[in-house]
Ligand binder design. Structure first.
Ligand SMILES: [Zn+2]
Ligand SMILES: [Zn+2]
Length: 610
Protein backbone atom coordinates (compact mmCIF):
# COMPACT_ATOMS: atom_id res chain seq x y z
CA UNK A 1 0.00 0.00 0.00
CA UNK A 2 2.69 2.45 0.82
CA UNK A 3 4.18 2.31 -2.62
CA UNK A 4 5.31 5.75 -2.42
CA UNK A 5 5.93 6.73 1.10
CA UNK A 6 9.56 5.84 0.69
CA UNK A 7 9.75 7.16 -2.83
CA UNK A 8 8.49 10.52 -1.73
CA UNK A 9 10.62 10.92 1.30
CA UNK A 10 14.27 10.07 1.26
CA UNK A 11 15.01 7.70 4.09
CA UNK A 12 16.16 9.54 7.16
CA UNK A 13 19.52 8.40 8.38
CA UNK A 14 18.90 6.30 11.43
CA UNK A 15 20.77 7.83 14.29
CA UNK A 16 21.07 5.54 17.27
CA UNK A 17 23.03 7.52 19.81
CA UNK A 18 25.01 4.53 20.67
CA UNK A 19 27.05 2.81 18.00
CA UNK A 20 26.62 -0.91 17.87
CA UNK A 21 29.94 -2.43 18.57
CA UNK A 22 33.14 -1.93 20.33
CA UNK A 23 35.64 -3.03 17.73
CA UNK A 24 37.80 -0.03 18.29
CA UNK A 25 38.98 -1.31 21.65
CA UNK A 26 40.19 -4.56 20.20
CA UNK A 27 41.94 -3.11 17.16
CA UNK A 28 45.69 -2.78 17.24
CA UNK A 29 46.81 0.81 17.46
CA UNK A 30 49.72 0.89 15.07
CA UNK A 31 49.27 4.25 13.39
CA UNK A 32 51.83 6.81 14.37
CA UNK A 33 50.56 10.27 13.43
CA UNK A 34 47.12 11.53 14.37
CA UNK A 35 46.01 11.90 10.73
CA UNK A 36 47.11 8.35 9.98
CA UNK A 37 45.09 7.31 13.00
CA UNK A 38 42.08 9.22 11.78
CA UNK A 39 42.29 7.63 8.34
CA UNK A 40 42.39 4.19 9.94
CA UNK A 41 39.01 4.34 11.64
CA UNK A 42 35.60 4.18 10.02
CA UNK A 43 34.36 7.66 9.15
CA UNK A 44 31.45 7.12 11.53
CA UNK A 45 33.81 6.60 14.45
CA UNK A 46 35.79 9.69 13.59
CA UNK A 47 32.62 11.78 13.34
CA UNK A 48 31.10 10.43 16.49
CA UNK A 49 34.34 11.23 18.34
CA UNK A 50 34.14 14.75 16.91
CA UNK A 51 30.64 14.94 18.42
CA UNK A 52 32.15 14.11 21.84
CA UNK A 53 34.77 16.81 21.36
CA UNK A 54 32.01 19.28 20.47
CA UNK A 55 29.96 18.30 23.55
CA UNK A 56 33.04 18.75 25.71
CA UNK A 57 33.65 22.21 24.21
CA UNK A 58 30.01 23.21 24.70
CA UNK A 59 30.14 22.15 28.35
CA UNK A 60 33.30 24.21 28.89
CA UNK A 61 31.74 27.28 27.28
CA UNK A 62 28.23 26.87 28.66
CA UNK A 63 28.44 25.27 32.11
CA UNK A 64 25.08 23.74 32.98
CA UNK A 65 24.40 22.60 29.42
CA UNK A 66 22.52 19.31 29.32
CA UNK A 67 23.42 16.72 26.73
CA UNK A 68 21.11 14.37 24.91
CA UNK A 69 22.53 12.39 21.98
CA UNK A 70 25.35 12.91 19.49
CA UNK A 71 25.37 10.42 16.62
CA UNK A 72 27.33 10.28 13.39
CA UNK A 73 25.02 10.79 10.40
CA UNK A 74 25.42 10.39 6.64
CA UNK A 75 27.12 13.73 6.14
CA UNK A 76 28.74 14.34 9.51
CA UNK A 77 27.48 14.44 13.06
CA UNK A 78 25.30 16.37 15.45
CA UNK A 79 24.72 16.71 19.15
CA UNK A 80 21.51 17.83 20.88
CA UNK A 81 21.85 20.18 23.84
CA UNK A 82 19.62 21.89 26.35
CA UNK A 83 21.59 25.10 26.75
CA UNK A 84 21.36 27.61 29.61
CA UNK A 85 21.14 30.43 27.04
CA UNK A 86 20.12 30.60 23.38
CA UNK A 87 22.95 30.55 20.86
CA UNK A 88 23.20 31.38 17.17
CA UNK A 89 25.46 30.40 14.30
CA UNK A 90 27.67 33.34 15.31
CA UNK A 91 28.70 31.23 18.32
CA UNK A 92 29.99 28.37 16.18
CA UNK A 93 33.54 29.79 15.67
CA UNK A 94 33.90 30.09 19.44
CA UNK A 95 32.87 26.45 19.91
CA UNK A 96 35.23 25.42 17.11
CA UNK A 97 38.10 27.25 18.82
CA UNK A 98 37.39 25.39 22.06
CA UNK A 99 37.23 22.12 20.12
CA UNK A 100 40.66 22.85 18.65
CA UNK A 101 42.01 23.33 22.18
CA UNK A 102 40.56 19.97 23.26
CA UNK A 103 42.05 18.31 20.18
CA UNK A 104 45.43 19.90 20.95
CA UNK A 105 45.24 18.62 24.53
CA UNK A 106 45.09 15.14 22.91
CA UNK A 107 42.97 13.70 25.74
CA UNK A 108 42.66 9.90 25.67
CA UNK A 109 39.08 8.57 25.50
CA UNK A 110 38.82 5.83 28.06
CA UNK A 111 35.99 3.44 28.56
CA UNK A 112 34.57 2.75 32.02
CA UNK A 113 32.00 0.04 32.66
CA UNK A 114 29.47 0.93 35.34
CA UNK A 115 26.55 -0.91 36.87
CA UNK A 116 23.31 0.63 35.61
CA UNK A 117 22.34 2.27 38.94
CA UNK A 118 25.79 3.76 39.39
CA UNK A 119 25.69 5.26 35.93
CA UNK A 120 22.32 6.80 36.80
CA UNK A 121 23.80 8.23 40.00
CA UNK A 122 26.81 9.65 38.27
CA UNK A 123 24.78 11.31 35.54
CA UNK A 124 22.27 12.64 38.07
CA UNK A 125 25.14 14.22 39.98
CA UNK A 126 26.33 15.82 36.78
CA UNK A 127 22.82 17.19 36.17
CA UNK A 128 22.49 15.26 32.89
CA UNK A 129 18.73 14.76 33.07
CA UNK A 130 18.27 13.65 29.45
CA UNK A 131 20.91 10.96 29.77
CA UNK A 132 19.30 9.81 33.01
CA UNK A 133 15.91 9.68 31.30
CA UNK A 134 17.35 7.53 28.53
CA UNK A 135 18.98 5.24 31.10
CA UNK A 136 15.69 4.92 32.91
CA UNK A 137 13.90 4.45 29.60
CA UNK A 138 15.27 2.48 26.69
CA UNK A 139 18.65 1.43 28.13
CA UNK A 140 17.99 -1.51 30.41
CA UNK A 141 21.41 -3.21 30.31
CA UNK A 142 22.83 -4.28 33.68
CA UNK A 143 26.12 -2.55 32.95
CA UNK A 144 26.58 0.44 30.74
CA UNK A 145 29.67 2.13 29.44
CA UNK A 146 30.81 5.67 30.02
CA UNK A 147 33.59 7.31 28.05
CA UNK A 148 35.87 9.84 29.68
CA UNK A 149 38.12 12.41 28.09
CA UNK A 150 39.78 14.69 30.65
CA UNK A 151 37.08 16.16 32.90
CA UNK A 152 34.31 15.27 30.42
CA UNK A 153 32.40 12.02 30.45
CA UNK A 154 29.52 10.77 28.39
CA UNK A 155 27.19 7.83 28.49
CA UNK A 156 28.04 5.97 25.31
CA UNK A 157 28.57 2.52 23.90
CA UNK A 158 31.41 3.64 21.62
CA UNK A 159 33.43 3.12 19.60
CA UNK A 160 35.62 6.22 19.47
CA UNK A 161 39.06 7.22 18.32
CA UNK A 162 41.72 6.61 21.01
CA UNK A 163 42.22 10.29 21.76
CA UNK A 164 40.82 13.71 20.93
CA UNK A 165 44.04 14.48 19.04
CA UNK A 166 43.01 12.05 16.32
CA UNK A 167 40.18 14.36 15.23
CA UNK A 168 41.77 16.46 12.50
CA UNK A 169 39.62 18.17 9.94
CA UNK A 170 36.23 19.28 11.20
CA UNK A 171 33.75 22.11 10.78
CA UNK A 172 30.58 23.12 12.59
CA UNK A 173 27.90 23.87 10.03
CA UNK A 174 24.56 24.89 11.46
CA UNK A 175 22.15 25.05 14.36
CA UNK A 176 18.59 23.79 14.37
CA UNK A 177 15.84 23.22 16.91
CA UNK A 178 15.01 19.58 17.57
CA UNK A 179 12.29 18.29 19.88
CA UNK A 180 13.52 15.82 22.43
CA UNK A 181 12.90 12.33 21.05
CA UNK A 182 11.45 14.00 17.94
CA UNK A 183 8.17 14.63 19.73
CA UNK A 184 6.71 18.13 19.55
CA UNK A 185 5.18 17.79 23.01
CA UNK A 186 8.72 17.57 24.44
CA UNK A 187 11.11 20.45 25.05
CA UNK A 188 12.93 21.89 22.06
CA UNK A 189 16.67 21.19 22.20
CA UNK A 190 19.44 22.92 20.27
CA UNK A 191 21.00 20.70 17.65
CA UNK A 192 24.46 21.63 16.41
CA UNK A 193 25.50 20.02 13.13
CA UNK A 194 29.08 19.54 12.07
CA UNK A 195 31.19 17.32 9.92
CA UNK A 196 34.63 15.74 10.12
CA UNK A 197 37.01 14.03 7.72
CA UNK A 198 40.35 12.27 8.00
CA UNK A 199 42.05 15.05 6.00
CA UNK A 200 41.65 18.77 5.46
CA UNK A 201 41.50 18.17 1.72
CA UNK A 202 38.46 15.88 2.03
CA UNK A 203 36.80 18.37 4.34
CA UNK A 204 37.34 21.19 1.87
CA UNK A 205 35.94 19.13 -0.99
CA UNK A 206 32.88 18.36 1.11
CA UNK A 207 32.38 22.03 1.99
CA UNK A 208 32.68 22.89 -1.70
CA UNK A 209 29.93 20.38 -2.50
CA UNK A 210 27.77 21.86 0.26
CA UNK A 211 28.20 25.32 -1.28
CA UNK A 212 27.35 23.89 -4.69
CA UNK A 213 24.25 22.21 -3.25
CA UNK A 214 23.18 25.59 -1.82
CA UNK A 215 23.69 27.21 -5.22
CA UNK A 216 21.57 24.48 -6.82
CA UNK A 217 18.85 24.46 -4.15
CA UNK A 218 15.61 23.94 -6.07
CA UNK A 219 13.76 26.39 -3.83
CA UNK A 220 16.18 29.16 -4.80
CA UNK A 221 16.38 28.22 -8.50
CA UNK A 222 12.63 27.63 -8.64
CA UNK A 223 12.20 31.27 -7.66
CA UNK A 224 15.03 32.69 -9.78
CA UNK A 225 13.82 30.82 -12.88
CA UNK A 226 10.13 31.49 -12.12
CA UNK A 227 9.19 27.81 -12.11
CA UNK A 228 7.04 27.48 -8.99
CA UNK A 229 6.26 29.12 -5.68
CA UNK A 230 5.33 28.15 -2.15
CA UNK A 231 2.82 30.16 -0.15
CA UNK A 232 1.85 30.54 3.47
CA UNK A 233 -1.72 30.31 2.24
CA UNK A 234 -1.15 26.61 1.58
CA UNK A 235 1.89 25.12 3.28
CA UNK A 236 3.01 21.98 1.47
CA UNK A 237 0.81 22.76 -1.55
CA UNK A 238 3.18 23.94 -4.29
CA UNK A 239 2.03 26.32 -7.03
CA UNK A 240 3.52 25.76 -10.49
CA UNK A 241 4.14 28.79 -12.70
CA UNK A 242 3.84 28.77 -16.51
CA UNK A 243 7.55 28.00 -16.99
CA UNK A 244 7.39 25.20 -14.43
CA UNK A 245 4.35 23.83 -16.24
CA UNK A 246 6.36 23.61 -19.47
CA UNK A 247 8.85 21.33 -17.69
CA UNK A 248 5.97 19.39 -16.14
CA UNK A 249 4.18 18.91 -19.46
CA UNK A 250 7.36 17.84 -21.25
CA UNK A 251 8.02 15.28 -18.52
CA UNK A 252 4.50 13.98 -18.89
CA UNK A 253 4.61 13.89 -22.71
CA UNK A 254 7.74 11.74 -22.45
CA UNK A 255 6.04 9.64 -19.78
CA UNK A 256 2.93 9.10 -21.89
CA UNK A 257 5.02 8.07 -24.87
CA UNK A 258 7.01 5.55 -22.77
CA UNK A 259 3.87 4.11 -21.21
CA UNK A 260 2.13 3.77 -24.58
CA UNK A 261 5.15 1.87 -25.85
CA UNK A 262 5.09 -0.40 -22.81
CA UNK A 263 1.42 -1.31 -23.12
CA UNK A 264 -0.12 0.71 -20.31
CA UNK A 265 -3.64 2.12 -20.21
CA UNK A 266 -4.56 5.06 -17.99
CA UNK A 267 -7.19 5.85 -15.40
CA UNK A 268 -8.31 8.93 -13.55
CA UNK A 269 -9.81 7.90 -10.24
CA UNK A 270 -11.63 10.07 -7.67
CA UNK A 271 -9.80 12.18 -5.10
CA UNK A 272 -12.54 11.58 -2.52
CA UNK A 273 -14.02 8.24 -1.62
CA UNK A 274 -16.29 7.05 1.18
CA UNK A 275 -14.59 6.18 4.42
CA UNK A 276 -15.85 2.59 4.13
CA UNK A 277 -13.67 2.18 1.08
CA UNK A 278 -10.56 3.20 3.03
CA UNK A 279 -11.57 0.82 5.79
CA UNK A 280 -11.70 -2.02 3.31
CA UNK A 281 -8.28 -1.11 1.88
CA UNK A 282 -6.75 -0.90 5.35
CA UNK A 283 -5.69 2.72 4.90
CA UNK A 284 -8.13 3.89 7.56
CA UNK A 285 -6.54 1.55 10.08
CA UNK A 286 -2.87 1.92 9.12
CA UNK A 287 -2.55 5.29 7.48
CA UNK A 288 -5.23 7.50 8.98
CA UNK A 289 -2.79 9.92 10.63
CA UNK A 290 -1.66 11.05 7.19
CA UNK A 291 -5.12 11.33 5.63
CA UNK A 292 -7.39 14.34 5.20
CA UNK A 293 -11.09 13.72 5.73
CA UNK A 294 -14.29 15.62 5.15
CA UNK A 295 -18.00 14.93 5.17
CA UNK A 296 -20.57 15.09 2.40
CA UNK A 297 -24.27 14.79 3.16
CA UNK A 298 -23.34 13.91 6.73
CA UNK A 299 -21.28 10.97 5.60
CA UNK A 300 -17.52 10.66 6.12
CA UNK A 301 -15.19 10.76 3.13
CA UNK A 302 -11.40 10.78 2.88
CA UNK A 303 -8.98 12.25 0.37
CA UNK A 304 -6.83 9.62 -1.29
CA UNK A 305 -3.27 9.30 0.04
CA UNK A 306 -2.51 6.70 -2.68
CA UNK A 307 -4.11 5.71 -5.97
CA UNK A 308 -4.44 1.98 -5.31
CA UNK A 309 -8.09 1.90 -4.29
CA UNK A 310 -9.32 3.47 -7.51
CA UNK A 311 -7.41 0.85 -9.49
CA UNK A 312 -9.04 -1.91 -7.38
CA UNK A 313 -12.50 -0.51 -8.05
CA UNK A 314 -11.75 -0.43 -11.76
CA UNK A 315 -10.42 -4.01 -11.83
CA UNK A 316 -13.40 -5.26 -9.86
CA UNK A 317 -15.88 -3.52 -12.15
CA UNK A 318 -16.06 -6.57 -14.41
CA UNK A 319 -14.91 -10.16 -14.72
CA UNK A 320 -11.42 -10.83 -16.13
CA UNK A 321 -9.96 -13.76 -18.01
CA UNK A 322 -6.35 -14.91 -17.69
CA UNK A 323 -6.04 -13.93 -21.37
CA UNK A 324 -6.27 -10.25 -20.40
CA UNK A 325 -3.35 -10.48 -18.01
CA UNK A 326 -1.07 -8.76 -17.42
CA UNK A 327 -3.16 -5.60 -17.16
CA UNK A 328 -0.98 -2.50 -16.81
CA UNK A 329 -3.12 0.28 -15.46
CA UNK A 330 -1.48 3.65 -14.91
CA UNK A 331 -2.73 6.74 -13.16
CA UNK A 332 -0.99 10.06 -12.84
CA UNK A 333 -2.85 10.78 -9.65
CA UNK A 334 -2.92 13.71 -7.25
CA UNK A 335 -2.61 12.46 -3.68
CA UNK A 336 -2.59 14.22 -0.32
CA UNK A 337 -0.73 13.19 2.80
CA UNK A 338 -0.52 15.09 6.01
CA UNK A 339 3.09 15.95 6.85
CA UNK A 340 4.10 17.91 9.94
CA UNK A 341 4.63 21.55 9.08
CA UNK A 342 8.21 21.42 10.40
CA UNK A 343 9.04 18.66 7.95
CA UNK A 344 7.84 20.34 4.77
CA UNK A 345 10.71 21.08 2.40
CA UNK A 346 10.30 22.82 -0.98
CA UNK A 347 9.05 20.30 -3.54
CA UNK A 348 10.81 17.44 -1.79
CA UNK A 349 8.43 17.07 1.10
CA UNK A 350 4.93 18.31 0.43
CA UNK A 351 1.33 17.59 1.38
CA UNK A 352 -0.04 17.36 -2.14
CA UNK A 353 1.80 15.62 -4.93
CA UNK A 354 1.28 13.81 -8.18
CA UNK A 355 2.34 10.20 -8.43
CA UNK A 356 3.09 8.61 -11.77
CA UNK A 357 1.53 5.46 -10.48
CA UNK A 358 0.61 2.18 -12.08
CA UNK A 359 -0.87 -1.07 -10.88
CA UNK A 360 -0.12 -4.23 -12.78
CA UNK A 361 -2.43 -7.21 -12.31
CA UNK A 362 -0.95 -10.53 -13.38
CA UNK A 363 -0.56 -14.24 -12.75
CA UNK A 364 2.26 -15.38 -10.45
CA UNK A 365 4.12 -16.76 -13.50
CA UNK A 366 4.21 -13.29 -15.03
CA UNK A 367 6.04 -11.60 -12.15
CA UNK A 368 9.54 -11.90 -13.59
CA UNK A 369 8.73 -10.56 -17.04
CA UNK A 370 6.55 -7.77 -15.72
CA UNK A 371 9.25 -6.64 -13.31
CA UNK A 372 11.77 -6.74 -16.17
CA UNK A 373 9.40 -4.62 -18.25
CA UNK A 374 9.14 -1.99 -15.52
CA UNK A 375 12.91 -2.03 -15.06
CA UNK A 376 13.48 -1.45 -18.74
CA UNK A 377 10.97 1.43 -18.74
CA UNK A 378 12.68 3.02 -15.74
CA UNK A 379 16.07 2.53 -17.36
CA UNK A 380 14.97 4.33 -20.54
CA UNK A 381 13.54 7.17 -18.48
CA UNK A 382 16.58 7.70 -16.25
CA UNK A 383 19.17 7.32 -18.99
CA UNK A 384 17.36 10.06 -20.91
CA UNK A 385 18.07 12.41 -17.99
CA UNK A 386 21.62 11.10 -17.59
CA UNK A 387 20.83 9.90 -14.08
CA UNK A 388 22.78 6.79 -13.07
CA UNK A 389 21.11 4.62 -10.46
CA UNK A 390 21.54 1.58 -8.30
CA UNK A 391 19.01 -1.01 -7.22
CA UNK A 392 18.00 -2.31 -3.81
CA UNK A 393 15.88 -5.36 -3.08
CA UNK A 394 13.97 -5.40 0.21
CA UNK A 395 12.75 -8.76 1.48
CA UNK A 396 10.14 -10.05 3.93
CA UNK A 397 9.99 -8.16 7.22
CA UNK A 398 9.38 -9.90 10.55
CA UNK A 399 5.78 -8.67 10.62
CA UNK A 400 4.09 -9.53 7.37
CA UNK A 401 1.01 -11.04 5.81
CA UNK A 402 0.78 -13.75 3.17
CA UNK A 403 1.94 -17.35 3.01
CA UNK A 404 5.55 -18.51 2.94
CA UNK A 405 5.00 -19.86 -0.58
CA UNK A 406 3.66 -16.55 -1.83
CA UNK A 407 6.62 -14.64 -0.34
CA UNK A 408 9.10 -17.13 -1.72
CA UNK A 409 7.55 -16.93 -5.19
CA UNK A 410 7.39 -13.14 -5.17
CA UNK A 411 10.93 -12.68 -3.89
CA UNK A 412 12.20 -15.27 -6.38
CA UNK A 413 10.38 -13.35 -9.13
CA UNK A 414 12.06 -10.10 -8.19
CA UNK A 415 15.47 -11.78 -7.87
CA UNK A 416 15.05 -13.53 -11.21
CA UNK A 417 14.31 -10.17 -12.85
CA UNK A 418 17.30 -8.52 -11.16
CA UNK A 419 19.61 -11.38 -12.14
CA UNK A 420 18.29 -11.40 -15.71
CA UNK A 421 19.03 -7.68 -15.89
CA UNK A 422 22.59 -8.41 -14.79
CA UNK A 423 22.89 -5.26 -12.69
CA UNK A 424 24.39 -5.38 -9.21
CA UNK A 425 21.91 -4.76 -6.41
CA UNK A 426 21.93 -4.40 -2.67
CA UNK A 427 19.69 -6.59 -0.52
CA UNK A 428 17.95 -5.09 2.49
CA UNK A 429 16.93 -8.18 4.41
CA UNK A 430 13.61 -7.79 6.18
CA UNK A 431 12.97 -4.26 4.90
CA UNK A 432 10.16 -5.01 2.45
CA UNK A 433 6.63 -3.78 3.04
CA UNK A 434 4.45 -5.98 5.22
CA UNK A 435 2.44 -6.99 2.14
CA UNK A 436 5.28 -7.82 -0.24
CA UNK A 437 8.93 -7.43 -1.29
CA UNK A 438 10.12 -4.49 -3.39
CA UNK A 439 12.83 -3.10 -5.63
CA UNK A 440 13.86 0.53 -5.22
CA UNK A 441 15.82 2.65 -7.68
CA UNK A 442 18.22 5.18 -6.19
CA UNK A 443 19.41 7.79 -8.68
CA UNK A 444 22.70 9.63 -8.26
CA UNK A 445 22.74 13.30 -9.16
CA UNK A 446 25.55 15.52 -10.43
CA UNK A 447 26.71 16.16 -6.86
CA UNK A 448 26.86 12.47 -6.05
CA UNK A 449 23.76 12.60 -3.82
CA UNK A 450 21.30 9.73 -4.09
CA UNK A 451 17.52 10.04 -4.31
CA UNK A 452 15.10 7.19 -4.18
CA UNK A 453 12.66 7.69 -7.03
CA UNK A 454 11.26 4.63 -8.79
CA UNK A 455 9.98 1.63 -6.90
CA UNK A 456 8.41 -1.71 -7.80
CA UNK A 457 6.38 -3.34 -5.02
CA UNK A 458 4.63 -6.66 -5.09
CA UNK A 459 1.40 -6.88 -3.14
CA UNK A 460 -0.58 -9.87 -1.92
CA UNK A 461 -2.82 -8.03 0.48
CA UNK A 462 -4.80 -5.69 -1.72
CA UNK A 463 -6.13 -8.28 -4.23
CA UNK A 464 -7.21 -10.28 -1.18
CA UNK A 465 -8.92 -7.37 0.55
CA UNK A 466 -10.85 -6.43 -2.56
CA UNK A 467 -11.47 -10.05 -3.51
CA UNK A 468 -9.99 -9.61 -6.99
CA UNK A 469 -10.09 -12.65 -9.24
CA UNK A 470 -9.56 -13.78 -12.81
CA UNK A 471 -10.83 -16.83 -14.57
CA UNK A 472 -7.94 -19.16 -15.37
CA UNK A 473 -7.48 -21.60 -18.24
CA UNK A 474 -8.98 -24.22 -15.89
CA UNK A 475 -12.19 -22.16 -15.75
CA UNK A 476 -11.64 -21.62 -12.00
CA UNK A 477 -11.32 -18.31 -10.22
CA UNK A 478 -7.79 -17.30 -9.20
CA UNK A 479 -6.28 -14.43 -7.26
CA UNK A 480 -4.11 -12.10 -9.36
CA UNK A 481 -0.76 -10.80 -8.08
CA UNK A 482 -0.37 -7.06 -8.10
CA UNK A 483 2.49 -4.62 -8.57
CA UNK A 484 2.46 -1.00 -7.45
CA UNK A 485 5.12 0.99 -9.24
CA UNK A 486 6.22 4.56 -9.90
CA UNK A 487 8.90 5.79 -12.29
CA UNK A 488 9.43 9.46 -11.44
CA UNK A 489 7.94 8.88 -7.99
CA UNK A 490 6.25 12.20 -7.49
CA UNK A 491 6.40 14.65 -10.39
CA UNK A 492 6.97 17.53 -7.96
CA UNK A 493 9.87 15.80 -6.25
CA UNK A 494 11.37 14.61 -9.54
CA UNK A 495 11.33 18.19 -10.85
CA UNK A 496 13.19 19.26 -7.70
CA UNK A 497 15.79 16.54 -8.30
CA UNK A 498 16.16 17.62 -11.94
CA UNK A 499 16.50 21.30 -11.01
CA UNK A 500 19.32 20.44 -8.60
CA UNK A 501 20.93 17.88 -10.91
CA UNK A 502 21.04 20.30 -13.86
CA UNK A 503 21.57 23.39 -11.64
CA UNK A 504 18.52 24.86 -13.41
CA UNK A 505 20.08 24.44 -16.87
CA UNK A 506 17.54 21.98 -18.23
CA UNK A 507 18.40 20.02 -21.37
CA UNK A 508 17.00 21.62 -24.51
CA UNK A 509 13.88 19.42 -24.72
CA UNK A 510 12.85 20.33 -21.15
CA UNK A 511 13.86 24.00 -21.17
CA UNK A 512 10.89 26.35 -20.68
CA UNK A 513 12.41 28.64 -23.31
CA UNK A 514 14.63 26.93 -25.88
CA UNK A 515 15.86 29.77 -28.07
CA UNK A 516 16.08 33.52 -27.44
CA UNK A 517 16.18 35.56 -30.63
CA UNK A 518 18.08 38.83 -30.13
CA UNK A 519 18.45 41.49 -32.84
CA UNK A 520 21.47 43.78 -32.43
CA UNK A 521 19.69 46.90 -33.69
CA UNK A 522 16.27 48.17 -34.71
CA UNK A 523 17.11 47.58 -38.38
CA UNK A 524 17.14 43.80 -37.87
CA UNK A 525 13.88 43.71 -35.92
CA UNK A 526 11.67 42.53 -38.83
CA UNK A 527 14.13 39.77 -39.76
CA UNK A 528 14.43 38.76 -36.07
CA UNK A 529 10.64 38.43 -35.97
CA UNK A 530 10.89 36.20 -39.02
CA UNK A 531 13.52 34.02 -37.27
CA UNK A 532 11.24 33.81 -34.27
CA UNK A 533 8.30 32.73 -36.44
CA UNK A 534 10.36 30.09 -38.24
CA UNK A 535 11.39 28.56 -34.90
CA UNK A 536 7.87 28.68 -33.49
CA UNK A 537 6.51 27.01 -36.63
CA UNK A 538 9.01 24.20 -36.18
CA UNK A 539 7.63 23.64 -32.69
CA UNK A 540 10.52 25.33 -30.90
CA UNK A 541 9.78 27.39 -27.76
CA UNK A 542 11.39 30.65 -28.82
CA UNK A 543 11.16 34.18 -27.46
CA UNK A 544 12.05 37.44 -29.17
CA UNK A 545 14.00 40.08 -27.27
CA UNK A 546 13.22 43.14 -29.38
CA UNK A 547 14.06 45.68 -26.66
CA UNK A 548 16.49 48.44 -27.55
CA UNK A 549 19.05 47.12 -25.05
CA UNK A 550 22.70 46.49 -25.93
CA UNK A 551 23.26 42.99 -27.34
CA UNK A 552 25.74 42.15 -24.56
CA UNK A 553 23.04 42.87 -22.00
CA UNK A 554 20.49 40.72 -23.85
CA UNK A 555 22.94 37.80 -24.00
CA UNK A 556 23.78 38.15 -20.29
CA UNK A 557 20.10 38.03 -19.37
CA UNK A 558 19.47 34.96 -21.50
CA UNK A 559 22.50 33.32 -19.87
CA UNK A 560 21.20 34.09 -16.39
CA UNK A 561 17.85 32.60 -17.35
CA UNK A 562 19.75 29.51 -18.59
CA UNK A 563 18.19 29.63 -22.08
CA UNK A 564 20.00 26.92 -24.12
CA UNK A 565 20.39 28.92 -27.36
CA UNK A 566 20.62 32.60 -28.23
CA UNK A 567 20.19 33.42 -31.93
CA UNK A 568 21.86 36.79 -32.46
CA UNK A 569 20.76 38.72 -35.54
CA UNK A 570 22.94 41.56 -36.87
CA UNK A 571 23.39 43.20 -40.28
CA UNK A 572 25.56 40.33 -41.58
CA UNK A 573 23.03 37.70 -40.49
CA UNK A 574 20.24 39.72 -42.08
CA UNK A 575 22.17 39.91 -45.36
CA UNK A 576 22.98 36.16 -45.33
CA UNK A 577 19.59 35.00 -43.93
CA UNK A 578 21.53 33.43 -41.09
CA UNK A 579 21.79 33.63 -37.30
CA UNK A 580 24.87 33.91 -35.07
CA UNK A 581 24.45 30.99 -32.67
CA UNK A 582 25.40 31.09 -28.98
CA UNK A 583 25.00 27.86 -27.04
CA UNK A 584 24.71 27.67 -23.26
CA UNK A 585 27.96 26.43 -21.78
CA UNK A 586 29.77 26.54 -25.14
CA UNK A 587 29.58 30.21 -26.14
CA UNK A 588 29.74 31.52 -29.70
CA UNK A 589 29.30 28.79 -32.34
CA UNK A 590 29.45 31.23 -35.26
CA UNK A 591 27.05 31.96 -38.06
CA UNK A 592 24.60 29.38 -39.33
CA UNK A 593 22.01 29.58 -42.15
CA UNK A 594 18.56 30.06 -40.58
CA UNK A 595 17.07 26.86 -42.07
CA UNK A 596 20.01 24.79 -40.78
CA UNK A 597 19.72 26.29 -37.32
CA UNK A 598 16.00 25.54 -37.10
CA UNK A 599 16.67 21.99 -38.23
CA UNK A 600 19.52 21.57 -35.75
CA UNK A 601 17.38 22.71 -32.80
CA UNK A 602 14.42 20.64 -33.92
CA UNK A 603 16.60 17.53 -34.18
CA UNK A 604 18.23 18.04 -30.78
CA UNK A 605 14.81 18.41 -29.18
CA UNK A 606 13.53 15.26 -30.88
CA UNK A 607 16.59 13.30 -29.70
CA UNK A 608 16.22 14.68 -26.15
CA UNK A 609 19.92 15.53 -26.41
CA UNK A 610 21.66 16.54 -23.20
ZN1 LIG B 1 30.34 8.18 22.10
ZN1 LIG C 1 -0.75 1.41 -5.28
Amino acid sequence: MSVTQSSIHPPIQSSPFIAANDRINTMAHTASTPSEQAAQWPLETLRHTAAHVMAHAVLRLFPGAKLDIGPAIAEGFYYDFDLPQPISEDDLPRIEAEMRRIIKEDLPLSRVELPHDEAVRRLEQAGQAYKVARLNGEIADATVSVYEQGDFFDLCRGPHLPSTGAVRAFKLLSIAGAYWRGDERNPMLTRIYGTAFPTQQELEEHLRLLEEAKRRDHRKLGKDLDLFSLHDEGPGFPLFHPKGMVVWNELMAFWNQLHDQHGYVQLRTPILLRKACWEQSGHWEHYRDKMYATSIDEEEYAVKPMNCVGAMLYYRSRLHSYRELPMRIAEVGVVHRHEKSGELHGLLRVRQFTQDDAHIFMTPEQIRDEVLGVMSLVDTAYSTFGLPYHLELSTRPPKSIGSNEAWAAATAGLRAALDAKGLPYKVNEGEGAFYGPKIDFHVRDALGRTWQCATIQLDFAMPEKFDLTYVGADNQRHRPVMIHRVVYGAIERFIAVLIEHFAGAFPLWLAPEQVRVAPIAEAQAPYAAEVHRALAQAGVRAALDARSEKIGHKIREATLEKVPYVAVVGPRELAARAVAVRKRGEGDLGSCPLADFVERVRREIALKAR
